[in-house]
Design a binder for this molecule. Structure first.
Ligand SMILES: Nc1nc2c(ncn2[C@@H]2O[C@H](COP(=O)(O)OP(=O)(O)OP(=O)(O)O)[C@@H](O)[C@H]2O)c(=O)[nH]1
Ligand SMILES: [Mg+2]
Length: 351
């Protein structure tokens, strides 16, 4: 899944991008591995030829938000539409050397971008409603124009109140229309407050309060020091952990970003423990085994017969898949089985 970093100029987007990539960033789009001790344990025990962790793709290829005028350039809007999640980097560090478009006010900056996303979508909705007013089809129930008009008449007042589309609920038909229009306020947006190095273990009160408010409203938000984390990312893993701990941190910038994205999309992980390739796969919580099979490969979903499932806790207790199978911990499941976080899967397929 693709995550686009957005934010005003010079707030630390690229610094956070490099930090999150753990010093391995190539170009402006890079895959960040999902840290997962369960995966590490499976790999250590199976010793596969190849181990492929789940990844989150970070993209730093959009333009900065314009502080005045039209905040989202067309190019940025296009990039945002292609992303599954937006990661809004907000400046929360003091500096006399790095310019900022106004005085330091993370809450205001965060909100102004949210408002702009809503206004961008409102303009699209208004425009479309004007066109639909001229269509005869809006009077025929079941016609796409009819459905669109009904939906957009519901969206308009909500957007006018300043509520983003992502906060609304839709039925299946409406979801399709919303997806089609690629509304920017419909995208999950996670917020990273880029705080100064000195504030990293204890963010300024204004930032802490803002994070609390956002979380209470269901928005994933966290504080990070991009500068510090970029420096730490140069170190080898042991030194990095030690330095992080020294700053009172339990996880790296990469781990924070990945966790935020998993949270915003409601993702879980399942595993395939092959001797050639052992992999971790991200999956939306609530997905079926058929969906999981399709994540691995379309052909595997097409030829789906049964899923052999071992829950992670049972695997962990047994010590290996073999032992878990022998202990009767494997269950054979059909297409409708709902995958649990950490499940180890083997799909029986006719493919
Ligand atoms: N003091 C301080 N400076 C920082 C911090 N994070 C980033 N900077 C500095 O801010 C400047 C801009 O950082 P970038 O990461 O390039 O910001 P950006 O958002 O990618 O900038 P544009 O892509 O030009 O919009 C650089 O000089 C960074 O070193 C921080 O936490 N503290
Ligand atoms: Mg940049």
């Amino acid at each position: 899944m693709k995550v686009l970093l957005i934010g005003f100029p010079m707030v630390g987007k690229s610094t956070l991008y490099r930090a999150a990539a753990g010093g391995d960033a190539k170009g402006d789009v890079t895959a960040v591995p999902v840290p997962d001790p369960r995966f590490d344990r499976i790999v250590a025990q199976v010793k596969p030829k190849k181990a492929t962790p789940a990844t989150v793709t970070l993209a730093d290829d959009g333009e900065a938000l314009a502080p005045t005028g039209k905040m989202f350039s067309n190019k940025l809007l296009e990039a945002a539409k292609k992303a599954e999640v937006l990661l809004h980097v907000v400046r929360a560090f003091e500096s006399d050397f790095v310019p900022h478009h106004a005085d330091l006010n993370p809450a205001r900056d965060r909100e102004s971008v949210d408002v702009e996303m809503v206004l961008t979508d409102l303009a699209i909705v208004e425009n479309r409603l004007e066109r639909l007013a001229k269509s005869q089809n809006v009077k025929s129930p079941g016609h796409p124009d009819y459905l669109e008009k009904r939906l957009f008449e519901r969206l308009k007042p909500v957007l006018e109140e300043g509520t983003p589309i992502r906060a609304m609920e839709f039925d299946e038909e409406e979801t399709k229309i919303v997806k089609n229009f690629q509304f920017v306020s419909a995208k999950p947006c996670v917020v990273a407050f880029n705080v100064g190095e000195a504030d990293v273990s204890n963010p300024p009160a204004a930032v802490a309060k803002e994070i609390e408010t956002l979380r209470a409203s269901g928005t994933v938000a966290f504080a990070v020091s991009a500068n510090l984390e970029e420096e730490l990312a140069q170190l080898d893993a042991n030194d990095r952990a030690e330095f992080l701990a020294g700053y009172g941190l339990t996880e790296s910038a990469g781990a924070k970003v990945v966790q935020a994205v998993y949270g915003a999309l409601g993702l879980i992980t399942f595993f395939t423990a092959g001797e050639n390739d052992t992999r971790a796969w991200p999956l939306r919580a609530g997905s079926t085994s058929l969906k999981a099979a399709g994540t691995i490969h379309n052909d595997i979903a097409k030829g789906f017969i049964r899923a052999e499932v071992v829950h992670y806790a049972d695997y962990d207790e047994a010590g290996s898949l073999d032992a878990a199978y022998k202990a009767g911990k494997m269950s054979l499941e059909g297409k409708e089985y709902v995958i649990q976080d950490g499940d180890l899967l083997h799909i029986r397929t006719s493919a």
